[in-house]
Design a protein around this ligand. Structure first.
Ligand code: BGC
Length: 560
């Protein structure tokens, strides 16, 4: 394997392929059943061979794992079960050696209740400086026994929890995740310190968790939860009395402007991508060059397999990205959603979440179809201008593990809101690396979430040996993408439903057949195809159902 030079281009992120690693489920070196930094280190060659430009590491910080590590005890350390800061440094160096950038997750809306400052807040008096770093309120009712408001946590149950002296604190997620008070300058300074801490250790950027929730303006008389939620409909922007009290407030810009100043002290500047669940046209503020620089666009992740929907989403997001000066982002899977190979395997009109909740009847899951469409969707998105965010395991074509026994589940969303969701564990099952051996090569011990028997067929060693596998397909597509991506132009080609086609600079074309029967394919050299038969055995002039191909073309008839 040759070593590639480190990339210093300040625009490296604009069309990067970023691979999300969920560290606890990637590779386990020490055998405790939980993935770790040394496990990732042992797979650096795998990452290099995959052809990605960056990895994004989900939280690896000290944590009680109430919410998979998104409950952070200490933002500037590594959880002992995952490794040490020295191992982190070694991993960054090894990845950089192979020209792979490193993005880490930063969780600024809430800490964990084990964070030193939350412990201080509990030990301090109501009204004290220590309490002011979080959001404490007196209760309502005769003895303050009632919560300050009827707000609900996003994982179910009340969003206010009482402490022994009678006050209540706000947590929009679990009670172990108290919300920070971003009006407090110490909180702001501490996050700047965290940004510098990781910047100085060599990371290249950040993924910013729930970036739209940080600032809050809570009136003395708190609105009801129903009012708050109604204020988000239909597009997350309407609030009858001006700014919404907790969602996507304008004053969040100040925070990211400050962060940007710090990012720009590095060379190349640090990058950031916002996870902001806001209406598409509200993403611009997070993606602006004076803010975080890029924002996730989850529109394709939420879209059904429908060419006009895909086209509208792509068109709108390219425009929005252009308006913000950023590049767009494309995502089909991450650690919070049902894997796209499974979403596309379900009949039209069946949402994956509802199917899982109803017991995930296998007779309605068409895995062959799901994988075909997932591969076609991925190849289409890889052809687009912008960054592609890939989630570990999708390069193996892994379906969701939809039947994890309740007793093995870990996701608080499942436990806090019984009956509302099957939870997110099914996309977090440790990866299969080998067809045999304990935990299919994930590590020497039993994995922290059970792997199904069928995982063996998706093991890296099995797929690496098969030129027709999903892994080989991802490698081919990612390699080619690197060669082919030049500037960010895209020209639509006017095909009729169910085909979607566009040309990129360099006279190559991505063409997707969303239909269930073959369509004619224009003449050209097939560079890569998402269909399992590879490029060789494809009839030369046929585009199979549920397939994307990239074609090198000299001249294409745009009206074909
Ligand atoms: C993360 C989730 C997490 C939540 C609370 C989300 O955006 O992606 O995994 O549960 O934030 O931190």
């Amino acid at each position: 394997m040759t070593t590639k030079p480190e990339v210093t281009d300040p625009n490296w992120w604009r069309q990067a392929a970023v691979y999300q690693i969920y560290p606890r489920s990637f590779a386990d070196d020490n055998g405790d059943g939980v993935g770790d930094l040394n496990g990732i280190m042992s797979r650096v060659e795998y990452l290099a061979r995959l052809g990605i430009d960056a990895v994004w590491l989900s939280p690896f910080y000290p944590s009680a794992l109430v919410d998979g590590g998104y409950d952070v005890d200490d933002y500037r350390d590594v959880d002992p079960s995952i490794g040490t800061l020295e191992q982190f440094d070694a991993l960054v160096a090894a990845l950089h050696e192979r020209a792979i950038k490193v993005i880490v997750d930063i969780v600024p809306n809430h800490s964990s209740n084990r964070h030193a400052w939350f412990r201080d807040a509990l030990a301090a008096r109501p009204g004290s400086a220590a309490r002011d770093r979080y959001i404490f309120r007196d209760g309502t009712g005769p003895n303050g026994d009632e919560p300050p408001a009827d707000w609900q946590s996003f994982f179910g149950g009340p969003a206010w929890t009482r402490v022994p002296d009678g006050q209540w604190y706000l947590h929009l997620f679990t009670r172990e995740q108290p919300d920070w008070n971003w009006d407090n300058p110490e909180v702001r300074d501490d996050f700047l310190r965290t940004v510098r801490f990781w910047g100085d250790r060599g990371v290249d950027g950040f993924r910013v968790d729930v970036a739209h929730l940080l600032t809050k303006d809570l009136p003395a008389e708190l609105p009801s939860w129903a009012d708050l939620m109604a204020g988000l409909a239909p597009d997350h922007t309407t609030w009858p009395r001006g700014q919404h009290p907790i969602w996507d407030r304008d004053d969040v810009d100040e925070i990211y402007r400050e962060w940007r100043t710090v990012f720009d002290t590095y060379s190349p500047p640090l990058t950031a991508v916002a996870e902001a669940w806001v209406a598409p046209d509200r993403r611009v503020r997070y993606a602006s060059s004076t803010g975080l620089g890029q924002a996730f666009n989850f529109d394709l992740l939420e879209a059904a397999w429908d060419p006009s929907r895909f086209r509208r989403i792509i068109r709108d997001n390219l425009t929005l990205a252009h308006d913000s000066g950023a590049s767009s982002t494309w995502v089909f899977s991450n650690h919070d959603v049902v894997r796209h190979a499974t979403r596309f395997a379900l009949p039209a009109g069946t949402t994956a979440a509802a199917w899982m909740l109803a017991g995930s009847d296998p007779s309605v899951e068409n895995r062959g179809l799901g994988l075909r469409r997932a591969r076609a969707a991925t190849l289409l998105a890889l052809a687009l201008p912008g960054s592609m965010y890939l989630y570990q395991g999708e390069e193996l074509g892994l379906p969701e593990v939809s039947d994890i026994p309740d007793t093995d589940k870990q996701d608080p969303a499942f436990f806090r809101d019984p009956g509302a969701t099957a939870g997110r564990d099914g996309c977090r099952v440790p990866l299969p690396w080998t067809a045999t051996g304990p935990s299919f090569g994930f590590g020497p011990g039993a994995p922290h979430l059970p792997q199904p028997e069928w995982f063996r067929a998706y093991a890296v060693e099995v797929e690496a040996a098969d030129t027709d596998s999903t892994l080989s397909f991802y490698r081919r597509a990612l390699d080619l993408r690197r060669e082919l991506q030049t500037d960010e132009a895209l020209e639509w080609l006017e095909y009729v439903d169910p085909v979607l086609a566009f040309r990129r600079p360099g006279d190559w074309v991505s063409i997707t057949n969303f239909g269930s029967s073959s369509v004619p394919l224009p003449t050209g050299r097939v560079l890569v195809s998402s269909s399992r038969s590879g490029t060789q055995s494809l009839p030369p002039d046929t585009l199979l159902a549920d397939t994307t191909v990239w074609l090198q073309i000299d001249a294409i008839d745009a009206g074909a």
